[in-house]
Design a protein around this ligand. Sequence first.
Ligand SMILES: [Zn+2]
Length: 322
Amino acid sequence: MSSKRFIGIDLGGTNCRAALVSPQGQVTAMRRMPTAMDQGLDRFLLRLERVCLDLIDCARKDGCRVLAAGMGAPGVIGEGGLVKVSPNLSQLNGQPLAGLLGQRISLPVTLLNDANAIAWGEARHGAGRQFSSFIALTLGTGVGGGLVLDGRLWEGSGGSAGEVGHIMVEPEGRPCGCGSRGCLEQYASATGIVLSVREELVAGRATELARLEGGQMTSDRVAQAARRGDSVALSAFVQAGRRLGQVLAGIANLLNIDGVVFCGGASGSLDLFGPALKAELQRRAFASAWQGMQIASGTLGEDAGIVGAADWALRRDAVILS
Ligand SMILES: [Zn+2]
């Protein structure tokens, strides 16, 4: 009898990764390709089809059979594998993405929001296993959130639950791409941290980051400067931590969840923003809410979304257009 495999796909704005994943959450083969959605959806699907067929072939050579594929994609995902809206990959808006890929590779395909795929990966095979209810957070271009309640992924009535990055922390604050102002991600994402430093530069504060050219300033460079004791760099992380703590205090009071899991690159700078986060959390949430809420780092790293998407395909009635 051949072993089972599932394809997990992590669709990002710049790159797309696809992998073979075992039912136990092990990644056994990985492929990468540029997303290049500006070349059109059809050409993207053709390239993804080739990658998936290559993985199916790879599984066969190992004596394994691929049963289904799961994909995590940025945006609001509706019933039946439909992308309702994807602000950064607008070519996907209104497209039945799961069915379109399923037709091409003759496999059932399921579709999840990318942050939800990460949360589900950590819930099934990572740091989330120790919690019954937790929120998974990623701090990248934006702030992504995925909510697992009582062991179930909470997608909400319209598929847009967990959008923590767009919870308001400053009523008249920085404008956000969502149309609102003062959203968490304008302060706590990698982009927001760089923005905080730029504001200080404009205000004339002294920092070693002043000598960096525009494109050289990244949250990693800010983190390095903060660890060397640069006060402007450190205050950008402290501000991010405070804002995260404010939002998590509200979430703790509302849901009394038992965990917060920082996923991907975010967990690497937890030492910089964690203390301010915890101080704010303790100041604003009920003791019974924050005392029971453990803060952890994800254990699956960059593979969390792939593992989560594959596991979702394993346990869901997948969609295929006939
Ligand atoms: Zn927003």
